[in-house]
Design a protein around this ligand. Structure first.
Ligand code: KG4
Ligand code: ZN
Length: 317
């Protein structure tokens, strides 16, 4: 059954048509005006979602070579996200569901990222581990089965993507800094400056934290200046990823997990160095690591459609 999905939780106006986990179309308009504000400006996000929602939905339908009347359900991100941005997608989805008399599936944005590695894949067996690393979330999750989740570890302050964006800002990079930060880090020496490993000495706590690293990075930047941007980015990224890998390993030990699969999604998973480290971890621990396809790492509606397919099959609409 085909599902038309809509996502407007942040600065992407997105729509997609999926058939179970197969993506028939995926369209998005990424708003550019936020860079001047160093983050997402809610009023601007709402204005641009309103300007683009119809175009994006129509293109998703056209690209999938179908009609709205042919889809079995309409899905939409219901949260978390910016309320006035979410509202645009929710109104559109409700309007379409009413007009075409279709069931409406409300999807959690993080569940979308979590299940995005299942795109175009046959089923994997559960329980499985899930990792979501984005601008708003850094969570290691036990997927008992689809729809039944337990958070094993999460950040107590900044999300990983948020920390990278803030560190990038200190280096004069535009928002969101992620892709530029990755390029700079790839050219730098990760051992050039000593930065603290987050939560070192707090082995009793199975938590992620990036605000201390961010503060130490701020002090380092004011001390040494921004001449060696590549080395600075490499040192920050190295510690940030080292911490994440350590907490994943620790969680697996702490909860005595013997899952076979690790699903990984979210914007930060576009980073090749992080993919490399997670792949290495998978080999070390005998875990099959499934990454979201590159085009589904950032916000998109296809992941919302995929999550909705599972929810619909369970009668959750
Ligand atoms: O999943 P996403 O698009 O939105 C949220 O749900 O937050 O994630 C956006 C985050 C931003 O913080 C962005 O800087 C980061 O993902 N990001 C990256 C890369 N590409 C995007 N971080 C590191 N390396 C990248 N290549
Ligand atoms: Zn997201």
């Amino acid at each position: 059954m085909k599902i038309l999905a809509i996502e407007t939780s942040a600065d992407d106006t997105a729509a997609a048509v999926v058939e179970n986990t197969t993506i028939l179309s995926s369209v998005k308009n990424t708003q550019l005006g936020h860079a001047d504000w160093g983050g997402i400006l809610p009023s601007l996000a709402k204005r641009d979602h309103l300007a683009y929602i119809d175009k994006v939905v129509n293109k998703a339908i056209l690209d999938a070579r179908c009609q709205i009347s042919e889809v079995g359900a309409i899905a939409v991100t219901a949260g978390p996200g910016l309320a006035i941005a979410l509202e645009v997608g929710i109104s559109k989805a409700k309007m379409l569901a009413t007009k075409y008399n279709k069931p409406l599936v409300a999807v959690n944005h993080i569940e979308g990222h979590l299940l995005s590695p299942l795109a175009n894949k046959i089923d994997i067996n559960f329980p499985a581990l899930g990792l979501v690393v984005s601008g708003g979330h850094t969570e290691l999750i036990l997927i008992e089965e689809i729809g039944n989740y337990k958070i094993l570890a999460q950040t107590i302050d900044d999300a990983l993507g948020e920390a990278i964006d803030k560190a990038g800002r200190m280096l004069g990079m535009p928002y969101p800094a992620g892709p530029v930060f990755e390029k700079a880090a790839a050219l730098g020496n990760p051992k050039k400056y000593l930065l603290p490993l987050p939560m070192a000495g707090r082995e009793d706590r199975n938590e992620l934290s990036y605000s201390g690293l961010k503060a130490a990075f701020g002090r380092l930047v004011s001390e040494v200046g921004t001449e060696n941007i590549n080395d600075l980015a490499a040192c920050f990224q190295n510690r940030a990823f080292e911490h994440l890998i350590r907490i994943i390993k620790k969680s697996i030990e702490h909860f005595s997990l013997s899952t076979e699969h690790l699903l990984v999604g979210g914007g930060v998973i576009a980073n090749q160095e992080l993919r490399k480290r997670l792949t290495k971890l998978g080999v070390e621990l005998g875990l099959a690591v499934h990454f979201a396809p590159m085009e589904l790492t950032g916000d998109n509606a296809a992941m919302i459609g995929i999550a909705a397919s599972f929810k619909f099959a369970k009668g959750l609409f």
